[in-house]
Ligand binder design. Structure first.
Ligand code: GLP
Length: 239
């Protein structure tokens, strides 16, 4: 795993955008795997700016989002559809027919097949939950490979409640890509910032073991994965 430690969230977001922009220029029909959450917000803002400046074009690109809550409407302020709409889709020329979310399939297995038929994800963007989850693959003994419905853990419900009026309103389940869906991506970029991510990032910085109690640690096995982290999230392990 390639590790880049940044001094600020601004620098992290710029470095992340530089990578995505480079891949989009090299392959205009890039298949993007997209994450929601606060971590990639700066990256998306930079991509919108690059699009406005004519440095990138989404005309031939396509996207597959990682996850979506079950039980809230797509226009709910906290739905991941709405997040993507606000932060990226409404501001760039990514064609509607080429935007995909896992909960739109009646049969979730079809989502993984659709990704395969599209040639696989070229570039997967990931955030990390404070407990080491990626998408909604929560720490547990057995991790699912394919897209599935996941139960959120109490710690994730609590972590994500900051976006809702109260903890009661956080959905308890979500449709999520599985670990296999994610690990099949040709390239992965993981973003983590802030002091709440110290424990989640530590297994990646130590880099000496993988375990299902830290789903993100499995990314250590991926042949083309970059972690961009700020000094706060890297904590004492920052060199
Ligand atoms: C959610 C999402 C994850 C995301 C994580 C971290 O639980 N399902 O995909 O990576 O939160 O979010 P944030 O970037 O806001 O810390």
């Amino acid at each position: 795993m390639k590790i880049i430690i940044c001094d600020s969230y601004k620098e992290l977001s710029q470095k992340a955008a530089d990578l995505v922009i480079d891949r989009m220029i090299r392959k205009p029909d890039l298949v993007l795997g997209l994450a929601t959450g606060s971590s990639p917000e700066g990256l998306y803002a930079n991509l919108v700016e690059a699009y406005r400046e004519g440095r990138i074009d989404f005309g031939q690109a396509s996207s597959y989002n990682l996850d979506e809550y079950v039980g809230i409407a797509h226009d709910h302020p906290q739905s991941y559809h709405r997040f993507m709409e606000d932060h990226l889709f409404s501001q760039v020329n990514l064609s509607r027919e080429r935007i995909h979310f896992p909960d739109e399939e009646a049969d979730f297995a079809h989502y993984d097949r659709a990704i395969e038929e599209a040639g696989g994800i070229d570039f997967q963007i990931l955030g990390i939950g404070p407990n080491g989850h990626i998408a909604f693959n929560e720490p547990q003994d057995r991790l699912y490979l394919d897209t599935h419905v996941a139960q959120l853990t109490p710690s994730t419900i609590q972590a994500n409640s900051r976006f809702f009026d109260s903890e009661d309103q956080v959905p308890r389940t979500a449709v999520t890509m599985g670990m296999g869906s994610i690990m099949k991506a040709k390239e992965i970029l993981i973003l983590a910032n802030g002091p709440k991510k110290v424990e989640a990032v530590a297994p990646l910085l130590r880099g000496d073991r993988v375990y299902t109690g830290s789903p993100v640690s499995l990314c250590l096995l991926h042949p083309n994965c970059t972690l961009i982290v700020d000094r706060e999230a890297a904590g004492d392990l920052a060199k």
